[in-house]
Structure formats: structure tokens, C-alpha cells
Ligand binder design. Structure first.
Ligand code: NAP
Length: 496
């Protein structure tokens, strides 16, 4: 069985300790590949190499145009090898093969978007009218960037960081989730083959708890960009404080999906289903909190329950399968504990809630689950399950204004602020709700689409900073002001 190696100082290498980890296919729990398990010494070697390349290597001497060309070639490789990369993604995550391949398309579009950005941003001129003065703002790379990714969209989350970080001229140290190393490992090969300086890319596989603090505490790492859970995000922020490094955090969400009675019901119901059950709910922006107008609650919820029960779970490559398992046994236990707690607090399971038996029993499957009779004091309404679990709440009011105010109050009653949606045929209401909802992305009459040119990120405890779009590039740039006096003269402030 193949063992994926680390990439440190321009070479694929085993871990210094020789340790390896077995990687499971979540649909049946079988080991399908092995990966080198990096330790602290490997992390230090990766930092040293990335530092050396940044300070004295060739990568920072390349131009934006040259780096953009490389990103374009990477995008083309991803498109050409989509089926194989999609297969790797499905094997590590258990997601359907269709999802695995669709993810690769999205990854390629991110590389293409940042390739296009190569000519878009040349800084700006300041004070052009002062005689003899050239004053300008230039953008420079931040330095050595540690990029730490989660397991739900392994390559996609990597691309949101890798493409802008490299375009800006940084050197990077990638750390994918210990559960899903394959596609980031493969991307490393593509990056090097398509012309990134070998020292500009380092790859650490294995445990974040082991190598993470080495990266986040090191004075030689200038920035940490992290996507993952809130608890890990907090600890990263704290451990990066000692060196005051730049920290970008993309964390979880408990995302409201608000349906008014005047919405297009078929579209709203169908998208509510996709909103929560896509990728078995393991999506940061999953519409896990249904907030529906009281008068249509029964119609909406009965239909959702019926359709959720018909979603076909199964292994990635089986015909007709619509959703896969959860990532691991441990994660399924967390999701089950969340549902148990909800029941203890008074929620009612309307569909799902039981581990499937029969041919799915070997994998980490958990069915689409809907919890009724949820109230705002319950943990399930505030906390992220990161599984296929939908909570239902209602809003009401005697007037349109009261209904909107009630819906808004519920939608904003969360310590997260990643994404949300509003469904209504009233354009004014849609705009009012979208502006007042405190979440980083709001969909009106839709759920889930994102595009590379539009910024993505969270308010409140869903994180800070933004990925994608021009801001996603700015995250990886330092801003420098250069003042050049072409007619030097004494300042004359002091008289002697
Ligand atoms: P996680 O447990 O926080 O892990 C994320 C990454 O951090 C993994 O690579 C992990 O390594 C690493 N890590 C763990 N401890 C660390 C430490 N002390 N220092 C540095 N790195 C450390 O999150 P996850 O379970 O993989 O992902 C699920 C979460 O990600 C959900 O909350 C989801 O909402 C969020 N997410 C957010 C977005 C967004 O755009 N906002 C997108 C996708 C996912 P190991 O794998 O070895 O633990």
C-alpha cells in the first residue's frame, strides 16, 4: 500500500520518526492508503526551509505575472486530472464521486481566478501632486504562511489559501487534516511540476495537535491561515499571540435558513434539503437552522421529513447514491451526542436519528435527521453539529413588520455568523433581511452557491478575515508605503 510522504526542503521524505498513519475510507472503515506522520522536528525543518526560500530564494524574485502563469497551469492540470483527483477526495472523505469531482472543478476555478488577478493589483500612487515626491503604496508578500485545513473539503479549502498565498509571493507550509491527506499531497506534486520553487511549498501530514503549535508559535512563521472548528481556532489565536503574527480564521457556523410564507415553496423546500443534507451536513455553511413562518410550518416540515427519508445514502462510487457517510466513527459519535442532548432538552426526532443497519453498518453513516419542537434555549439550536441534523424553529407576527422583526431576532441569535438565507417573494423584505442578518454571506431565494470572485468568511465567532475575491489576496499581502524625495533638501526643523 502506498505511503504519502511529507514534502520538506524540496523533497518528498518520510517522517523523521518513521511514523505512519492509516487512512480510512469512511464508507466501510477499510484502510486505503498510509501517510507519513509528521512530528515537531519535521515541522521545524519545514519552517526552516520555507524561511530560507522566502529570505534568500528565487520565489520572491518572480513576478506576479510569472506566478499567475503557474497558477493557470495548475488549474489546467486539475481539470485534466479531475476524475483521479475526485476519486482520491471521495476515498478520503467518503463523499460521493460526483461531489468529489465537482470539488475539483471548484478548485480549478479558484486557481484560474487568482491567475487572472495577477495583473489586477499594482498598488497605488499617493500624493501625486507634490513636487519632487514619489509616494506610493506597494503590496508585498507576508512571508512564511502556515495553511491549516479541515477534512470536509480538503482540496477546496486548501485552494482558497494556496492560490492567493502563492500569487502574492509567499512561501507556504500546508497542513491538511490528518484524516484527508491525499489530494493536498497530490496538489504538492502538481505545484512543483508546474514551476513553483520547491522551497516555496512544504507539506506536513499528520496530527495538528502535534505540529500545529510548532507552526503557530514560531517566530519564523509570519502568518497562520486556519479553517476548522471554533475551539481549535481559539487555541491557534492564543498561541499565535506570542509572536503577534497575522491570523486568519475561517471557523464554524450555525446558519439560519429563513422561509417566509410568500416564498416559492417548491424552491424553498428543495433548497432547504440541499442546504442541510449536502455532503451529509458536513459543510460550514450548512443551513442547519430552519426558521419558518408559523403558518406554513406543517407544510414545509412534513415535506422535508418525507424527502429526507428518501435520500439515498451509500458508498461513493455506487449508482444512485446521493450522500455519503460521516468522516469518522468519532465524528459520528459527536453528532449522535448532539442529537441525544437535543432529545434530553425536549426536541423531537421527526426523521432519522438511528444508525443504519445492513450493508451500511460497516461505514460511518448517519441518516438525514430533523429535530422538531426546538426552542432557542436548547444547545442544538446554537451549537454546530457538523452533521446531517436540521433544527426547526418558527416565527410569527400580526403584521409584516412584526414577522420580519421576529424572524430577524431569531436568525441573529447565535454566536456564529457565517452564512444564512432568506426565502420570500417580497423584494423589499428580502433586501431588508439580507442587510440586517449578521452573517458573512446571505443568499436570497437560494442556498449554498459561492463563486471565487466573491469574498467568503464569518462575522462574530465564525472567524475573521475573508477568503476568495480581492480580499482573499489581500490577506496574504503586506502593505508598504514608499516615499521617495527626488529633490532632497534639509528639513530645517532644528536650527543648528
Ligand atoms: P479542526 O478539528 O479544528 O481541525 C482543523 C485543522 O486544524 C486540522 O488540520 C487539524 O489537524 C488542525 N489542528 C488541530 N489542532 C490544532 C492545533 N492545536 N494547532 C494547529 N492546528 C490544529 O476542524 P475539522 O474537524 O477538521 O473541521 C470541521 C470544522 O471546520 C467545522 O467547525 C466547520 O464549520 C469548519 N469549517 C469552516 C469553513 C469556513 O469556511 N468557515 C470551511 C470548512 C470547515 P488534525 O486533523 O490532525 O486534527
Amino acid at each position: 500500500m502506498e505511503t504519502l510522504e511529507l514534502f520538506i526542503d524540496g523533497k518528498f521524505v518520510p517522517a523523521k520518526s518513521g511514523d505512519e498513519r492509516e487512512i480510512e475510507y469512511p464508507a466501510n472503515g477499510q484502510i486505503h492508503i498510509r501517510a507519513a506522520e509528521a512530528g515537531k522536528e519535521d515541522a521545524k525543518a519545514a519552517i526552516a526551509s520555507a524561511r530560507k526560500e522566502f529570505d534568500t530564494g528565487n520565489w520572491t524574485k518572480t513576478t506576479y505575472a510569472q506566478r499567475g502563469e503557474i497558477l493557470r497551469k495548475v488549474a489546467n492540470r486539475l481539470i485534466a486530472e479531475r476524475d483521479e483527483i475526485g476519486r482520491m477526495e471521495s476515498m478520503d472523505t467518503g463523499k460521493t464521486y460526483a461531489e468529489g469531482k465537482a470539488d475539483v472543478d471548484d478548485v480549478a476555478s479558484v486557481f484560474n481566478y487568482y491567475a487572472d488577478m495577477a495583473y489586477a493589483d499594482g498598488g497605488r500612487v499617493v500624493e501625486p501632486s507634490m513636487d519632487g515626491i514619489s509616494s506610493k503604496i506597494v503590496h508585498e508578500p507576508v512571508g512564511v504562511c502556515a495553511l491549516i485545513m479541515p477534512w470536509n473539503y480538503p482540496l477546496l479549502q486548501a485552494s482558497w489559501k494556496v492560490a492567493p498565498a502563492l500569487l502574492a509571493g509567499n512561501t507556504i507550509i500546508m497542513k491538511p487534516s490528518e484524516l484527508t491527506p491525499s489530494t493536498t499531497h497530490y496538489l504538492t506534486k502538481i505545484l512543483i511540476e508546474e514551476g513553483v520553487e520547491p522551497g516555496a511549498v512544504q507539506l506536513l501530514l499528520g496530527s495538528g495537535a502535534e505540529v500545529g503549535p510548532v507552526l503557530t508559535e514560531s517566530p519564523d512563521v509570519d502568518m497562520v491561515s486556519f479553517t476548522g472548528g471554533l475551539v481549535t481556532g481559539r487555541s491557534i489565536m492564543a498561541s499565535a499571540a506570542g509572536t503577534v503574527k497575522r491570523v486568519a480564521l475561517e471557523l464554524g457556523g450555525k446558519n439560519p435558513n429563513v422561509i417566509f410564507a410568500d416564498a416559492d415553496m417548491e424552491a424553498a423546500i428543495d433548497n432547504a434539503l440541499t442546504g442541510i443534507f449536502l455532503d451529509s451536513g458536513q459543510v460550514c455553511s450548512a443551513g442547519s437552522r430552519l426558521i419558518v413562518e408559523e403558518s406554513i410550518k406543517d407544510e414545509v416540515v412534513n415535506e422535508l421529513v418525507k424527502r429526507a427519508a428518501n435520500i439515498k445514502m451509500g458508498a461513493s462510487f455506487d449508482e444512485g447514491v446521493e450522500t455519503g457517510p460521516l468522516i469518522s466513527k468519532e465524528h459520528r459519535e459527536k453528532v449522535m451526542a448532539y442529537v441525544d442532548r437535543a432529545i434530553e432538552q425536549g426536541a423531537k426526532v421527526l426523521v432519522g436519528g438511528e444508525i443504519p443497519e445492513g450493508e451500511l453498518a460497516e461505514g460511518y453513516f448517519y441518516p438525514p435527521t430533523i429535530l422538531g419542537e426546538c426552542t432557542r434555549d436548547m444547545d442544538c439550536v446554537h451549537d454546530e453539529s457538523f452533521g446531517p441534523v436540521l433544527t426547526v424553529e418558527t416565527f410569527s407576527g400580526d403584521t409584516d413588520e412584526e414577522k420580519e422583526a421576529n424572524a430577524l431576532e431569531i436568525a441573529n441569535d447565535t454566536y456564529y455568523g457565517l452564512a444564512g438565507a432568506v426565502w420570500t417573494s417580497n423584494a423589499g423584505r428580502a433586501e431588508r433581511m439580507a442587510r440586517a442578518m449578521r452573517h458573512g454571506t446571505i443568499w436570497i431565494n437560494d442556498y449554498h452557491p459561492y463563486v471565487a470572485p466573491a469574498e467568503w468568511g464569518g462575522m462574530k465567532q465564525s472567524g475573521n478575515g475573508r477568503e476568495l475575491g480581492p480580499t482573499g489576496l489581500a490577506e496574504y499581502q503586506e502593505i508598504k508605503h514608499i516615499w521617495h524625495n527626488t529633490k532632497p533638501a534639509p528639513a530645517g526643523w532644528f536650527k543648528n
